[in-house]
Structures are given as C-alpha cells and as structure tokens.
Design a protein. Structure first.
Ligand code: G3I
Length: 355
C-alpha cells in the first residue's frame, strides 16, 4: 500500500497550488492507503506511522544499497528516506557550476521505486562545504553561489522531495548566529534569501529549518529558532517546518519538556519533523528514551514524521554508541519494539487517519 504513497504524492506535488497541503496530502494517502486503525496494530515502523498520517524514515547511504540485508530492512520497515551525505554541497557541487547527482539519484530512485517519501538534506550548511564556497569574498558572489546551488538542486529533484532542509545549523548554542561564510558575507538576511529562493525553485516542497540542540524550549538556541520562525511567519517569509535533529546522548538527554518544545514550534504555524534521531544504548533505558520521543511526536498533530539517523548500529556515524534500532546483525533491539508500540498507540497526525 505504501507503493501508492509516492505515486500519489508525486502526482500531488506536480499539481500547482497544493504546496501547503502537501503533508496533509501525504497523511491522507498514508492513512487511506493502509485502511488500518489503532485496533489493527501494524507490524512495521512505516506502516504503523502511516496509520496516523505520519512517516517513519531512515537516513541512508547510497554505498549500502548493494547490501541485501540493508535493503531488505530499509524496504520492509521505512516509508521515508533521507540521504545521509549525498545531497550535501561537497557531494553535489564540488566544483563551481559542475553538479554531481548520481549517488543521491540512486537513493531517490530506490525510495520512489519502493513508494517511500524523500527528505532533502541539505542546501545551505557550513559543514561539508567545498573550499571554493568558503573562499568567496564578496556578498554578491556568495549570494549568487548560494541561490545558484539551491536552484540547481531543487530543480533537479523538483516534485520528488516532500521536505527540504533549506538551512542547517545556522545558530550557535548561545543563540547567536554561527559565523559561516553565508553569515559573514551576506549577513542576517541570508536565511530569508535561502527560503525565498527555495520556495520559487520548488513551490511544492515543504521548506524546513533544521538544527540540533533545539529540543529543549528553554535553551537559548531553541529560543533563537522560535524567534526566527515567528519573524518569518509575521513577515510572510516562506517556512513550513522545523527539523529537530534530536541527536541525544548522556550529556544531551531527551529533555522532559520535549513534547512542549514540539508544541511550541507547532503553535507558531509550522510542522515539526524529528530528522536525525539517535539515542545510544542497547537495552531498556534506550527503549524508554525512544518511547518518550515517539510519544511526544504522536501527541502533537503537527509532528508529521520521524527519521532515525541510520539503520543498523554499525553504520551509524557514531557506531560505538550503538544509537539505532537495529543491531549490527539487523536484529530488532528493545528500542525497536518500544517505537513500534508507541507508533501504534499514536494520536492523529495532520489529518485523522481514515479507518
Ligand atoms: O567524502 C569522503 C569520501 O571521499 C571518502 O571516501 C570517505 C572515507 O571515509 O570519507 C568521505 O567523507 C566523509 C563523509 O561523512 C561521507 O562518508 C567524511 O570524512 C565524514 O566526516 C562525513 O561525516 C558525516 C558528518 O555529517 C559530517 O559532518 C557523517 O557521515 C554524517 O552522518 C553527519 O551528519 C550530520 C548531519 O548531516 C547534520 N547534523 C549533524 C550530523 C552529524 O554530524
């Protein structure tokens, strides 16, 4: 049934005027497609999320797509993918004006072939940025490079990406702007320019601001992102969603006010997506924390989807932390069962799931 999702979503995405309803459309298709209600507990992550009109995704790497166990787990469990590195600037435009899409295309083709949604990650970020961008010295040149990069990537995948991380990690933990080449050359307005450019490049994609350490409403960085979203909404600058990366660990645990943080973002008029979820561990404590995160998302209608930052532990960017839902033999960990039951018990998403 998930096979219908991309077909219908892609069809919706090509039709004008449906941008603001895209995730609602996804939710409707997911819910209608499965024809399952809470009484019919689904047995995979994607199917259980779809019951409430949400997606459950994984970050994937193109170079693992030739591994049968990896692909079997991806295809069975998930209904959304995020390329972990393949859409970043160093991968897609290593030389100015010379674009490489093959690795990311491989992920997008696989996902669409399986009826999965695709999240785009990421257009404007200070890391994994080619040296030619960092070396640009004038505002005009950085502006041209940034808008050119956004236009090229969003045009290449127009109608195929349900949500794009337009700007990633623009703030320091203090709430001050991070001093990137974009910030130092263009100034504060670069985020607005990026979002306006993105809206024009693919009017059907959801446009997200994505960051880590914005999971606690009381942190200075979270407050800075609240302010950004409020300002954009007040002035009519396009923004549709905020991505909470949610890289949790012992020094940055799941905050007690996580659900309230999601609610506060949603109250500003944007969707919330949990975009890079990982929690170290292997037993009951990890499972409890994963459950807490999923319950928080399920409690807020505008929390529209969750992405874990990899599939088996050994392919995590922090493999020693074993932060994912599958061990390195692709066995389901206790956290997997906790997530599945929390998804099955979840409250309605952006539109009530049809049953
Ligand atoms: O590009 C080279 C490649 O040519 C070489 O063959 C390979 C050999 O190991 O290394 C490749 O680069 C690595 C790249 O991942 C692709 O595998 C980099 O050294 C490595 O630093 C890079 O790490 C990525 C990291 O972002 C960079 O900051 C991780 O895989 C990726 O999981 C991580 O993801 C970020 C999110 O995008 C944003 N949020 C934070 C998160 C963690 O930093």
């Amino acid at each position: 049934m998930i096979g219908n999702v991309v077909t219908d979503t892609a069809r919706q995405a090509r039709r004008p005027g449906l941008r603001t309803a895209l995730v609602v459309g996804i939710a409707g298709v997911l819910g209608a497609g499965l024809m399952a209600g809470p009484a019919d507990a689904a047995s995979t992550l994607g199917a259980s999320a779809a019951q409430t009109g949400r997606y459950f995704g994984a970050a994937v790497a193109a170079h693992h797509l030739d591994e049968p166990a990896y692909v079997a787990t991806l295809d069975r469990e998930f209904n959304s993918v995020t390329p972990e590195n393949e859409m970043k600037w160093d991968a897609t435009e290593p030389v100015r004006g010379s674009f490489r899409y093959a690795a990311a295309d491989q992920i997008v083709a696989h996902a669409r072939g399986q009826g999965m949604l695709v999240r785009g990650h990421t257009l404007v970020w200070h890391s994994q940025l080619p040296s030619w961008v960092r070396g640009l010295s004038t505002a005009a040149d950085v502006r041209t490079a940034m808008t050119g990069h956004i236009n090229a990537l969003m045009s290449h995948w127009r109608g195929q990406i349900h949500s794009w991380n337009v700007v990633n990690e623009a703030f320091q933990d203090t709430g001050a702007r991070r001093n990137t080449v974009f910030q130092s050359r263009i100034g504060d307005d670069y985020i607005e320019l990026a979002f306006r450019t993105a809206r024009a490049a693919d009017p059907d994609a959801r446009l997200c601001y994505n960051d880590y350490y914005i999971d606690d409403a009381n942190h200075a960085k979270t407050r800075a992102v609240f302010d950004l979203v409020r300002d954009f909404k007040t002035r009519g600058v396009p923004i549709d969603c905020v991505g909470l990366q949610s890289h949790f660990n012992a020094t940055s645990p799941v905050p007690d006010n996580y659900r309230q943080t999601i609610e506060r973002f949603a109250a500003l008029g944007v969707d919330v997506q949990i975009t890079e979820l990982e929690i170290p561990g292997s037993g009951a404590a990890q499972a409890d924390d994963y459950r807490k995160v999923v319950n928080a998302c399920m409690a807020v209608a505008r929390c529209t989807g969750i992405t874990v930052f990899g599939i088996p532990d050994h392919y995590s960017w922090r493999p020693y932390a074993t932060p994912l839902l599958f061990d390195s033999e692709y066995n389901k960990k206790p956290a997997y069962e906790a997530v599945l039951s929390a998804l099955n018990a979840g409250g309605p998403g952006p539109v009530p799931a049809r049953s």
